[in-house]
Design a protein around this ligand. Structure first.
Ligand SMILES: Nc1ncnc2c1ncn2[C@@H]1O[C@H](COP(=O)(O)OP(=O)(O)OP(=O)(O)O)[C@@H](O)[C@H]1O
Ligand SMILES: [Mg+2]
Length: 394
């Protein structure tokens, strides 16, 4: 099962390219589900089909759905939220403020991912294509399972015994009931499932852009952030290319775009750069979307993924000074000044351009100290050396 996520700057054509790719996949005889996690209903407009929160068939092999996060929220997280509101209330926080505090950040996005996971696991589809929200939200969405999992594991009790232990801290009265413990455990399991899906080798991200300098600059930053979280970029799609010829105005745009197109190719040497021309009218309806799909992939399999290396790599590299390990993380386009590295217990805290990733260290590295780091050729290399002070006693 292939999962392909389309993202990019606002308005560049994510919805159109996701729909065009899906239409092409279906026309080649595979079963594809196109999912929108973005509240505006542009997918419905592009396909001229009303969407629902369950898959709706729009053509042979092609189904579409719009995740209804509100309804899912009511189902999944209501129990947890009631508990938190109650807990905060006992702590002296007014009911109104407690209600506001418990609007879990990212909850809506998380539920969209859980819905995608459910569909991916259903066995009904050869491919699930996700039309994501603009870049910043998508990155938050993709980083969320890990971040939430981190909080859940530390803050919310996942078993009865632990919950009892928390009693004195919570003032006794607000012990989480069975329902809450169960809700937390279920959420935790769902997060693990989403995380596993996002990390699966058959899950890839496609970045849509237009041939403009500012858009390319953002796409490069996005590529860095995707790599930071270990996501695989497998294609870049340049949309709205203006064909040359005709008057001076058009000629000027076409040649400016050709310059940017060359920059795109130079920026993303490891993935195919796919192209779609500017259409004389809004591409609406399946026939024109399928045509755009064919234009994009030019006979290639729209589900083929560019080969990508393991996002993280740990190697033993002993030298004359003794035992030594190297952890490398691909960070294409990252600027040295934008990268910050810190060690926190058994985790490495890696911050790149405002995005932070907590990396749980493999056990061999937990017993080492960081002996150096450098950034070269789009890779961050962290050197570790064993440190007896960090070894477990006995
Ligand atoms: N190649 C193209 N030629 C002509 N019009 C296009 C092309 N690609 C997209 N459009 C039009 O541009 C508009 C924006 O496209 P689309 O909705 O796919 O962008 P988006 O990136 O999904 O936007 P948002 O960030 O709002 O989700 C739509 O009206 C769409 O029909
Ligand atoms: Mg869109």
């Amino acid at each position: 099962m292939r999962l392909v996520l389309f993202t990019g700057k606002g308005g560049v054509g994510k919805t159109t390219m996701a729909a065009a790719s899906s239409a092409l996949i279906a026309s080649r005889g595979q079963k594809v589900l196109l999912v929108s996690t973005d509240p505006p209903h542009s997918l419905a407009d592009a396909l001229r089909t009303p969407l629902a929160s369950e898959p709706v068939d729009v053509d042979a092999g092609l189904s579409v759905m719009q995740v209804d996060t509100q309804a899912r929220f009511e189902q999944s997280w209501a129990v947890l939220r009631r508990y938190l509101v109650d807990l905060l209330g006992r702590g002296g926080v007014g009911a109104m403020a407690a209600e506001e505090l418990t609007v879990l950040p990212g909850a809506q996005e998380m539920l969209a991912l859980i819905a995608v996971r459910d569909q991916a696991a259903s066995g009904r589809w050869d491919a699930v294509v996700v039309d994501c929200a603009p870049t910043a939200e998508t990155l938050r969405l993709l980083a969320l399972p890990r971040a939430l999992q981190w909080y859940l594991e530390r803050i919310l009790p996942t078993n009865r015994r632990l919950a009892r232990g928390l009693g004195p801290l919570l003032g006794g009265a607000a012990l989480p009931g069975d329902g809450v413990v169960e809700a937390v455990s279920r959420l935790h399991a769902e997060l693990l499932g989403v995380q596993a899906l996002l990390e699966h080798p058959e899950t890839t991200v496609r970045l849509v852009l237009t041939a403009e300098a500012v858009v390319l600059a953002e796409a490069r930053r996005t590529a860095t952030s995707l790599a930071l979280f270990g996501h695989r970029l497998d294609a870049v799609i340049v949309n709205r290319l203006i064909p040359g010829g005709g008057d001076a105005w058009r000629e000027a745009w076409a040649s400016a775009q050709a310059v940017q197109l060359a920059e795109v190719a130079a920026s993303f040497p490891d993935v195919p750069v796919r192209r779609a021309g500017y259409r004389p009218a809004e591409p609406i309806g399946l026939p024109v979307l399928t045509e755009i799909g064919a234009e994009l992939y030019r006979g290639a399999d729209p589900l083929a993924a560019a080969p990508v290396g393991d996002p993280f790599d740990v190697r033993r590299t002993p030298d004359e000074a003794g035992e030594r390990f190297e952890l490398t993380i691909p960070l294409p386009h990252a600027e040295r000044e934008a990268v910050d590295l810190a060690r926190s217990g058994d985790e490495l805290v890696l911050t790149v351009g405002g995005y932070r990733r907590l990396l749980a260290l493999p056990s061999v590295l937990c017993r080492c100290r960081v002996a150096g780091a450098d950034l070269a050729d789009g890779r961050l290399r962290v050197v570790f050396r064993p440190d007896p002070d960090l070894w477990p006693v006995g």
